[in-house]
Design a binder for this molecule. Structure first.
Ligand code: FES
Length: 589
């Protein structure tokens, strides 16, 4: 690689005007021969990424910016703002995409009305003193000429200073203030003005000239000033392009493209055990209903991993307990995770610690987000049913569906208005939200029956809430004719009494190990003791994280995660609670 190219790759360059990135738009740019897509999320964050979908390489700039995700036009892969992590693959609607599916991102900064980025920029976007007192955007122009030729010819630009009595273009003084930046000052004795010209090297043979006028021009004069400068720049362009045509074509820049992983749609490699690799600070703690405190957990350092609607994290509490909480915010929110924690009177110390002990500013250890409650986004009608704090994963789902303009209903069962968490967020979801307040168990059952009646074959339903409500919804859905795979549940906890009285043998096929699981121990514990770890989270059969494939033998399912048909198939089991019906199991571990 040439020294010049190395230097250009280490520099910041403008690649768009800030006005090129209006809301819900994707902009195609190019820098040093590399195609970029730039887009602004609804929270104002500017993303600059490699302009290709990791699936089939299609340009993401022809995709859709939905405010927090950029959606590929071809097969609908979705990528989250900030991290560019893939959040959804329509061909695998029931699976959470692997975290390794992540597009290449570039740093982005907005300054002087321009969007700046670089391949590997060092330091900050350069200060330009003459623009610090205010500036006026001028028209940008692409040139069919190399950047260094344009730089050499910029001194022949002629323009009239703002406020010049004659309005006649005059020659300029040139001060080079960076490798691809010059300040041009025009003076006619009575007026003087400066234009800073930034030259964006599109590729070896093309560039974009991005001039910015120092000072703020009166609104009444703005149009005339812009037109004057555009005419001057067009004149320069004509002469520079004529010169470029007489010169031999430059060597093209070598573009280093990273290869996408071949098996990008494979599930993420499991991380064994309960891990807490992330540290977050409690940026805000607030009461969001009579019994629920919300926590905004901001990243310390790097952005947090992308998550999908329905994902949860393990929170490792100062008292040593580990608890699972669903993320309520959107996939593009990698600056912080927002969770809601209900104070449980019967708490063994988890929710009480968060309510009473954890304060704003405290640092907590958390796991990476896991998603065993995956939202399909291909249904014309999605029914979300929440009981109390069961709203949290469904809130993230509702927000995603709302942004997509997908058809959904969010039904929330709560004791009263005061017990309705995140009411401010619910308000933003409009008429899709339905509250059912103060119903006793019998009335709840009747309402659930009505909500689940007469499903269309394409409907999907997601239910999260207390165990009895979920059990009721499960049987009502089955009675109403819902297909098992269209009904999705997330239990807070497994309240069934676990029978740990059996003793049996487990062969771990891939580990070439056979172990005995004695009464009183779980398969997960025995595997851990023998140095074989599988991922786990709740460790009570509720979250689905410790699911392993069964090769031989009949599981004694004691979890609440698997559906009836999944249990009947007997090809998966939750090793944190489930056991063997017979003497032996063979697991794919
Ligand atoms: S760890 Fe949650 S189901 Fe086993």
């Amino acid at each position: 690689m040439s020294a010049v190219l190395t230097e250009l790759r280490a520099a910041w360059h403008p690649v768009a005007a800030g006005t090129d990135l209006p809301p819900r738009h994707a902009f195609q740019g190019e820098l040093l021969g590399r195609e970029l897509v730039a887009w602004r999320a609804d929270d104002g964050f500017v993303n600059v990424w490699e302009n290709r979908c990791l699936h089939r390489g299609v340009r993401l700039s022809i995709g859709t910016n939905d405010g927090t995700e950029l959606v590929c036009r071809y097969h609908g892969w979705r990528y989250a703002s900030r991290s560019a992590g893939c959040t959804y693959i329509p061909a695998h609607p029931a699976d959470a995409p692997a975290r390794t599916i992540c597009n290449r991102t570039f740093p982005a900064v907005e300054r002087y009305g321009l969007v700046w980025t670089g391949e590997d920029p060092v330091g900050e976007v350069p200060d330009v003193a003459v623009l610090e007192g205010g500036h006026t955007d001028l028209r940008h122009l692409p040139f069919d000429a190399p950047a260094d030729l344009v730089m050499a010819e910029l001194g022949s630009l002629r323009f009239a200073p703002v406020g010049s009595p004659s309005g006649e273009p005059v020659g300029v003084d040139v001060v080079e203030i960076g490798p691809l930046t010059v300040a041009l000052t025009a003076s006619d004795g009575s007026a003087e003005s400066s234009v800073v010209v930034f030259v964006q090297p599109v590729d070896a043979a093309h560039c974009v000239v991005r001039p910015v006028l120092a000072g703020v021009v009166d609104a009444a004069d703005l149009r005339a000033v812009r037109r004057h400068h555009a005419t001057a720049l067009e004149t320069l362009r004509t002469s520079v392009e004529e010169i470029a045509r007489t010169l031999p074509g430059p060597e093209p820049y070598e573009v280093l493209l990273e290869r996408a992983p071949v098996h990008v749609a494979d599930p993420a490699p499991p991380v064994a055990g309960r891990t807490a690799p992330l540290r977050v600070r409690v940026a805000r703690k607030w009461r969001t209903s009579a019994e629920v405190m919300a926590f905004d957990l901001e990243s310390i350092g790097d952005p947090l991993p992308t998550h999908q609607p329905g994902a949860h994290i393990d929170v490792h509490l100062p008292n040593g307990l580990v608890r699972q909480y669903s993320l309520t915010n959107g996939p593009g929110d990698t600056a912080s995770y927002v969770i809601g924690v209900k104070r449980e009177p019967e708490s063994r110390g988890g929710s009480v610690a968060l309510h009473d002990t954890v304060r704003e500013g405290d640092v907590l250890a958390i796991s990476e987000p896991r998603n065993n409650f995956v939202l399909r986004r291909d249904s014309p009608r999605t029914v979300l049913i929440a009981g109390g704090i069961g709203l949290t994963p469904l809130l993230a789902m509702a927000r995603a569906l709302h942004r997509m303009g997908a058809g959904f209903e969010l039904h929330i069962f709560a004791r009263s208005d005061e017990h309705l968490p995140f009411a401010d967020v619910l308000e933003t979801l409009g008429s899709s939200v339905h509250t059912h307040l103060g119903l006793d168990p019998a009335a709840t059952g009747v309402t659930l029956g009505e909500l689940l009646a007469e499903p269309a074959s394409t409907d999907q339903v997601y239910v999260c809430g207390p165990g009895p409500m979920l059990d009721a919804a499960r049987s009502l859905a089955a009675a109403a004719g819902w297909a098992d795979e269209a009904v999705h549940f997330e239990y807070f906890a497994n309240t069934t009494e676990i029978d740990v009285s059996s003793t049996f043998e487990v062969s771990l096929a891939r580990s070439a190990l056979t172990v005995t699981v004695p009464a009183g121990s779980t398969i997960l514990e025995v595997m851990r003791e023998n140095g074989v770890a599988v991922p786990s989270s709740c460790e009570q059969g509720a979250c689905g994280t410790c699911s392993v494939a069964v090769i031989e033998g009949q599981p004694d399912h004691q979890d609440v995660y698997l559906s009836e048909s999944e249990r009947a198939r007997g090809d998966r089991m939750m090793v944190c609670v489930s056991r063997a019906r017979g003497d032996r199991l063979v697991l794919d571990v």
